[in-house]
Design a protein around this ligand. Sequence first.
Ligand code: 13P
Ligand code: SF4
Length: 348
Amino acid sequence: MTIKVSLGDDAFTPDLRFTPEVAEATQPIYEKVRGIIPEVEWPVHAPYIARINELKRELNAIVLAHNYQTPEIFHGVADLSGDSLALAQQAAATDADVIVLAGVHFMAETAKLLNPQKTVLIPDLEAGCSLADSITAADIRLLRESYPGVPVVTYVNTSAEVKAESDICCTSANAVAVVESLGVDRVLFLPDEYLANHVAANTDVEIIAWKGHCEVHERFTGAEIRAYRESFPGIRVLAHPECPADVLDEADFVGSTSGMINHVDETRPARVVMITECSMSDNVTVNFPDVEFVRPCNLCPHMKRITLPRILRSLETMTFKVEVDPEIAVAARRAVERMLEVGRGEAK
Ligand code: 13P
Ligand code: SF4
């Protein structure tokens, strides 16, 4: 079988075939994802997976994949995976020459900040984030004028320019620990309003927030969670802190994407729903066959721009290289490195 995929934006049409060799090489991967990828689809994914894994070896490249990537990426070609904090930690530690970031642009930019000498690639430049788009460096400068002396904590879901204006970054996994690490009474916490509210509820530090929202998580409602509880008695509800407060109030556990996975691992509930992007449950269900996952589906359109054909194009053509202005990079790197010193703190 010959596979021809048009990416729609250029003439990248690799000549790939589902040969017996490809079938054999990818069989162990298919055994893992059999429950979530229909057998009929495997001949489409397998030639890409085989070629990408071959190229990674040739180029000393790794694929870092966020938990929201689709299962054929997450289980098929990712060398390392995790939440935003784990991806930053792994990017800081790798000795690969090339890093392909299967995630969104701010994640690739963070990897580049931590690896200025390495080639960092993002398979699609349009893979953005509504939170990163909600605030600019000029906004932070104005806020600093209004709140002189108040430190600025920014979520990693921001541009390098915004990070460069910040004192320290955080992720959903360590936001409370980062805020408390500063030893002050008040911080500006930007740009996610709902994460800021969640932090405020879990610390004595006064939090001044911004009005940024994640376009995926802001769509969940408390009423939806109550409906899940009615339809699926005994269900355990895990929610990402980018969700609105009425959702978090209804949840049994609030944590980062990896925090949710660890929670399932530690508590092994009979039935669970993860109130977050929908590929997460597909990926996680593979490792917990005894747990029933109820799977609402809110897709992140930015994460979904990353596909196997685009990852292959990225490695074949060394595109798209992520670059950060060196002056901005110095200050942005400092904010990310300060966050890495805090690590996960006590939160998950
Ligand atoms: P995590 O850091 O929890 O993986 O979240 C990243 C993200 O973009 C969630 O929408
Ligand atoms: Fe950004 Fe939300 Fe997509 Fe995460 S899920 S990358 S916060 S838009």
